[in-house]
Design a binder for this molecule. Structure first.
Ligand SMILES: Cc1cc2c(cc1C)N(C[C@H](O)[C@H](O)[C@H](O)COP(=O)(O)O)c1[nH]c(=O)[nH]c(=O)c1N2
Length: 218
């Protein structure tokens, strides 16, 4: 079973991983065909989940009025966020493009129903956040599948959770996990934009890998 991926198939998977980008400013307006959207949603639905709970739902947003409402909340949240940084960081933050809500033809909210399979869930008994993490696995599956389909995805988390829930009619007990912008792109950047724009660099992997026990700062 070691080699059930051919070298070309393995390379294709790594290509998706290493060339996936968070997309904000490169969306094209042409619509995403339903069959392509369904394929990336199916990839998300095949993510691992604690106790096979599959706690996710996918709210597909294409209505410009709904997008505008969410964008208005982003504008409020990002002004608040800018004020949390000081000096040069604040002015750099304000120059960054951090969403493509209105430009992306599709927005997608991935949610978590924490009660989907009853109160006691195999694997969640001692680490209660595992259902939330399962939904993040679905996000990543979708992000990689989208990359292989030539579709860009951008995650927007500079939003007020209550405002997002209200705009999308999400009930109290459901947790919004990710608000994503999705669409065809003019191009994929080779390097994360936060790196090219001077916000932060990729850390060296060797600084992050420990052997047998925690070797970093306490
Ligand atoms: C949970 C979470 C939340 C967010 C993000 C990511 C994740 C995982 N990212 C994208 C993030 O900035 C990006 O992934 C990194 O900068 C690395 O770049 P690439 O994704 O490799 O292009 C992101 N980007 C952005 O412009 N606005 C945002 O609100 C967020 N929020």
């Amino acid at each position: 079973m070691d080699e059930d991926f051919t070298p070309a198939e393995r390379d294709a998977l790594y290509k998706a991983i290493f060339s996936r980008r968070d997309v904000r400013g490169q969306f094209r307006p042409d619509p995403v065909p339903d069959e392509v959207l369904n394929r990336v949603l199916l990839a998300a639905h095949h993510a691992p989940s604690v106790g096979f709970m599959q706690p996710w739902n996918f709210i597909v947003v294409t209505d410009p009025a709904v997008k505008s409402r969410i964008h208005a909340d982003f504008t409020r949240a990002t002004d608040e966020a800018a004020a949390m940084f000081e000096g040069e960081r604040r002015s750099l933050y304000s120059r960054l493009k951090l969403e493509g809500i209105r430009e992306a033809p599709v927005n997608l909210c991935i949610t978590c129903d924490r009660e989907r399979s009853g109160p006691v869930v195999l694997g969640r008994t001692h680490m209660p956040a595992m259902d939330l993490y399962s939904c993040v696995c679905a996000v990543q599956n979708l992000w990689l599948a989208a990359r292989a389909e030539g579709l860009g995805v951008g995650w927007v988390s500079i939003l007020h959770e209550d405002a997002l829930k209200q705009a999308l009619g999400i009930p109290e007990r459901i947790v919004p996990i990710a608000y994503l912008c999705l669409g065809h792109v003019t191009h994929f950047e080779a390097t994360p934009e936060l790196e090219t724009k001077g916000w932060r660099k990729r850390l060296p992997l060797e600084d992050l890998v420990f052997r047998d026990r925690w070797e970093g700062e306490g």
